[in-house]
Every structure is written in C-alpha cells, then in structure tokens.
Design a protein. Structure first.
Length: 429
C-alpha cells in the first residue's frame, strides 16, 4: 500500500513538474496585452505601410477563401494532422479583429497566442512572424483595421486527437518554439540585414523551403535547405544547394527579376512559388527585392546531394527508347529536339537543375497538371505547358521523365511508374 502511494505521489509530482515546465516555456517573453482595443483611427501612412507588409507576408493567400471576401478567412488548409481553417482578419467586431488591440495582435504575431490567450496552431507561421518588429506589427494591424468589416464566423479546426488540444500545442511549443526578434548582424550591410529580415520573418520562406519532422516542425530551423510541402506533393527546393535552387552564382538582377516577374535569364517559377510571386513578391519595392536577392545570394552552401551518375543508353524497345519517342511526340516541338528550349518562352531541359535534382515530385506535377508561370506586370502573358494527366499513363510519364534526366548531358536517376502514381493518386487531397 505504502509503495503504491509512493508511486502515485511520484507520478503526480512528475506531472506537476512537466506542467510547470510547459507553462513556463509557453509564457516566456509574454507581452502585456491588458487594456481595451484602441478606437483611434489609424494614421494613413501607417495603413499604407501595413498594406505593403501584408503583401510581403502574402497574408491574403491564406486568409481569403476561394470566391470569398479578401481577408475574411474561411479557407480550409489540409495538414498531416487534419484541416485548419483560416481566421477572419477584417475589423468585424463579432467574427474578426474588431475588438482586438494592437498589443493583442502583436502577441499573436510574436507569441502565437490569440486574443483570449489560446495557443494558435503553427499552421499560422508565427514561428517566422515572431521575428517582425512591433512597429511593423502595428502597421499591419492598422491596415487590417482599415478594411471593410465582413461578418464571417470562424470555423473550428478539424484536427485529429491529440493535435486538437491546447496541451499538445503547449508541448509542441516547448519543444520547437521560442519567441524571438530579428537581430541585425553588425558585420553585414543594412541591405543584407533587410533581406534577412524579410526572408526569415514576414516572407516566412522556411515554411516551405525547410524539411519538417513527424510533428510538423522544421527540422533545420531557418536553414532553407529544401523540403516537401506537406499535402501538396510539391518540393520546395533547397535555396542553399547549387544542385537545386541556390543562387550564389546568379547575378543579383536575375534573382530580382525572378522574384519580380516570375521569369529570368536563369530560370522561372511554377507551382506554389508562382502563387507567391503572383500575390506577394511582384509588389515589393526594388530596394526590398534587391535586399532579398543579396541575402539569398549569400546563403552558406549546403551539402545537398548532387544528381546521380549517368547511365548507359539502352537499346531500342526498352523504357529509355520509349521515353525518347514520347518526348519526340509531345515535347520536342516546344523544348527542342535536343532539349535546348526557346529563350523567353520554353525552358531548356538540357542542363536544367530543376530536371536533374534528386527530388522528382515537381517534374511529375508539371507533366500531370501543366506548368504555368504567374502573370505579372513584367511578364503579363507568360507561356505555359498543358497538362498531360489524361494523355499519358504513369508508365509513359515515368519513361519520358527518365529520358529528360538522362539525355543531352543530364546525369540523374530514373523515375518509376510508382513515383508517378503516388502523386497522381493524391491529386486534390
């Protein structure tokens, strides 16, 4: 009996200790949010700055449902743990931010807590937004308060147990989140620091360009070393690898052009990044794009895998020969007989690292669903590639992609029908 009571007491003490640790870790750096919401009208210049920052953070992309009012929320975002529904950011008093104060909004951005103190799901990337300044948070809040109020009640998340609990969020935060602020590096220029602030903070680039562990946390922090975007089956390539999307050897102007227009002399964007350019980076100032380009150019190189060695050409009738025939029938008219492409229109496939990098998900996605650059002011009528989802089988797509990856000097491993099927089977999920 005494031994049982001892074990029970120890268990209770352990639970109490764990609760204390989790509580302490989740209230550190907690700002003071006491006081009523301010009724003072926002300053016009502050609103304009907030509108610009909302573009930099691409806030509308998530907080606007398809066909819905801007910033009124309601978009469902699938995650490995269930669906998350984005919140109403308009100044509606019942369903939006109408009763929030600037301090409470800052706490949400910096600490990941809602107005009532609830822990926010990290699908809202406060792990990156925590770095923005209070001044920028206040400007963003002023802009959101200036929007037309839209009554649209927030939907509860549809997360699976235990991920739907505040206790689970507290443990996750204790393991993976610490409120922070961007600290300028004295050894770097003001331009570089501005770029780092935008990329690491409001731009939240690591949300896509970093790998995630089983609990959804980025495994390398803000390393930008590439990662598969959960539920989307697109790979956000490493921004530090010369074999993927590193830009260390690019001229600054080519990086700026890519972010501004979606195309440049060195490459173009497609997939989720096309949406980022369309809704966000094309609207940034020349100075901010230059700063981001400088920061990205100076990222330390990673040890990402290089393409696998070349393989010997197979005789006619084998899969490589089938791939060559399919290429001639469906691809050569635009991309050229030898994968040379057409400058300003169709990308070259020979020597294209998007073709040869080890991760092949993006290639499969583009062949299945088409490849489209964003329509921007600098490139209002971009060329696109039609989808082949109803034209080519899994085996056909695998064969033609293997041909691309092993022709014209390209040296990369093959693609299997199973690789294609995995992505085709998850379309729309």
């Amino acid at each position: 009996m005494r031994r049982s009571l001892t074990f029970l007491l120890l268990a209770l003490l352990a639970l109490a200790g764990a609760a204390a640790v989790v509580w302490a870790l989740n209230v550190r750096d907690e700002p003071d949010v006491s006081g009523p919401a301010s009724a003072a009208p926002p300053d016009a210049s502050q609103v304009a700055r907030g509108a610009y920052l909302a573009r930099a953070g691409n806030c509308m992309a998530c907080h606007t449902a398809r066909g819905g009012e801007p910033y009124a929320g309601g978009r469902s975002i699938e995650t490995p743990f269930g669906a998350v529904h984005t919140s109403n950011l308009t100044p509606d008093a019942q369903s939006g931010l109408g009763n929030w104060s600037a301090a409470q909004f800052w706490r949400a951005m910096h600490n990941g807590r809602s107005r009532d103190g609830r822990l926010l799901v990290p699908a809202f990337p406060y792990t990156s937004f925590t770095q923005i300044t209070r001044e920028d948070s206040d400007a963003l809040f002023a802009y959101l308060r200036s929007l037309p109020a839209v009554f649209q009640p927030n939907q509860p998340h549809a997360l699976r147990f235990p991920f739907d609990s505040q206790a689970a969020l507290a443990v996750w935060r204790a393991l993976y989140f610490k409120p922070a602020a961007y600290t300028p590096q004295a050894a770097r220029s003001a331009e570089w620091n501005r770029g780092a602030y935008l990329v690491q903070g409001l731009g939240h680039c690591s949300a896509c360009h970093s790998a995630r562990n089983a609990l959804g946390a980025t495994t390398g922090g803000l390393d930008l070393a590439g990662g598969l975007i959960p539920m989307q089956n697109w790979y956000a390539p490493s921004l530090t690898s010369p074999h993927e999307a590193g830009v260390a050897d690019w001229p600054i102007q080519d990086i700026v052009s890519l972010l501004k227009t979606g195309v440049s002399a060195r490459g173009s964007v497609a997939g989720p990044m096309a949406g980022v350019v369309l809704g966000s980076t094309q609207y940034l100032s020349a100075n901010d794009l230059q700063a981001m380009a400088q920061y990205l150019k100076d990222l330390p190189p990673s040890a990402a895998r290089a393409p696998s060695p070349a393989v010997a050409q197979a005789p006619a009738g084998t899969a490589p020969a089938v791939g060559a025939k399919l290429y001639e029938q469906h691809c050569a008219q635009c991309h050229g007989k030898n994968g040379e492409g057409v400058a300003g229109a169709y990308p070259a496939l020979a020597g294209n690292r998007a073709v040869t990098m080890p991760q092949t998900a993006n290639l499969v996605q583009i062949v299945l669903n088409g490849g489209f650059a964003p329509a921007t002011e600098g490139n209002p009528r971009p060329y696109g590639m039609p989808p082949f989802v109803l034209v080519l089988s899994d085996a056909d797509i695998a064969a033609v992609l293997t041909h691309l990856r092993q022709s014209w000097g390209n040296q990369a491993g093959g693609v299997t029908a199973l690789d294609v099927n995995r992505i085709r089977a998850n379309q729309g999920r």
